[in-house]
Design a protein around this ligand. Structure first.
Ligand SMILES: C[S@@+](CC[C@H](N)C(=O)[O-])C[C@H]1O[C@@H](n2cnc3c(N)ncnc32)[C@H](O)[C@@H]1O
Length: 323
């Protein structure tokens, strides 16, 4: 096993045994749902950098796979939407983390009359070699795990997620990203990488990797400030700004002209006709906003029209698209 994966296991073995409240902390509010009572220990062990739980993905009691269980909080939130034995599969590489989440699910059962611990099927396993059959999962999720991986492993983890998803299944992810070049020293610091700090890559590289394994649609659902690495405390000459993103990759067929990546762009046609037809499947109603993917934004821009407005990316896309 690579040194950095060993360092990762060491860090999370400790974090399983003794909750580390500041690890991978997030500004994303924790979901408050009717009759959902999250045990305090799960909140203390919230080692994610965003949320992967979105009710829009969770209609019709989907079979969910969650990779990297941590204290189990998001698995409990997923179980809220699928209340059946084994409806949620949790995979973690560490027996200690599975054991900690098992204890936490018992507490969750005491607090939540609707919840049974057997809704969650906990399995030992690796994101790089998932113990899951092909095409059996509706929604796969990972929060603050894949960013730790070096590029070849990240690609493998994405391929594994793609393999286990049913057609049109969704991979929902939350990870840090960073647009700046980090020093070789920072990149090579296994502990900082394990802490979800220095494995962060630029958003466009992250998206390219996702689409390169076959995901035909990608949605950027949120982008937030995450961390600063400053020269006083870290081995860097400049201030490094890290953000976190929430991304949904959908196992749609790859369009012939490339993936549909939604970063929150919107088009508004304000010409004289009732409708503008771009002859590529998009009808823009006069003065009505339409969410468009970046590819469509580029195509519309290339038409060089003075009666179509295209917004910047908001990095807050929540459905209703052009493709
Ligand atoms: C940063 S924590 C995130 C935990 C959880 N997702 C959350 O949001 O609180 C990383 C988790 O991934 C697990 N992990 C690390 N490497 C893994 C791998 N190769 N395969 C599966 N799980 C892994 C760790 O044991 C830990 O539970």
């Amino acid at each position: 096993m690579s040194d950095y994966l060993e360092a990762t296991n060491d860090l999370y073995r400790s974090a399983a045994e003794l909750p580390d409240v500041g690890l991978c902390c997030t500004t994303t509010p924790v979901w408050q749902l009717p009759q959902l009572d999250i045990p305090g220990i799960m909140l203390e062990m919230n080692y994610g950098c965003g949320s992967t739980v979105n009710p829009r993905d969770l209609v019709n009691e989907p079979k969910v796979l969650y990779v990297g269980v941590g204290g189990g909080m998001e698995l409990l939130q997923f179980a809220y939407f699928n209340r059946h034995k084994g409806g949620i599969i949790g995979v973690d590489v560490l027996e200690e983390m599975l054991e900690a989440s098992r204890r936490n699910f018992k507490k969750a059962e005491e607090l939540n009359s609707w919840f049974k611990e057997d809704f969650v099927d906990l399995r030992i396993g690796d994101a790089l070699n998932l113990p899951i059959e092909d095409e059996t999962i509706d929604v796969a999720a990972q929060n603050c795990v894949f960013n730790i991986f070096k590029l070849a492993d990240l690609r493998k983890a994405l391929q594994e997620s793609y393999r286990v998803l049913k057609p049109h299944g969704r991979l929902v992810m939350s990870d840090p990203i960073c647009e700046q070049e980090m020093s070789v020293e920072l990149k090579g610091d296994n502990r900082l990488r394990a802490m979800c700090l220095t494995g962060a890559i630029p958003l466009s590289d992250y998206i390219d990797l996702i689409t390169s394994v076959g995901f035909g649609t990608v949605e950027i659902r949120a982008k937030r400030a995450y961390r600063i690495l400053d020269p006083k405390h870290y081995n860097t000459e400049e201030l490094i700004y890290i953000e976190s993103v929430e991304v949904c990759a959908i196992k749609d067929p790859m369009p012939q002209d490339g993936p549909c990546v939604f970063t929150g762009k919107t088009a508004i046609y304000f010409g004289e006709e009732k409708i503008f037809d771009d002859k590529k499947g998009h009808l823009l109603l006069q003065n009505q906003p339409i969410a468009i993917c970046d590819k469509t934004a580029l195509n519309l821009n290339n038409l060089d029209r003075s009666d179509i407005f295209i917004s910047d990316s908001t990095f807050f896309y929540d459905g209703g698209g052009c493709c």
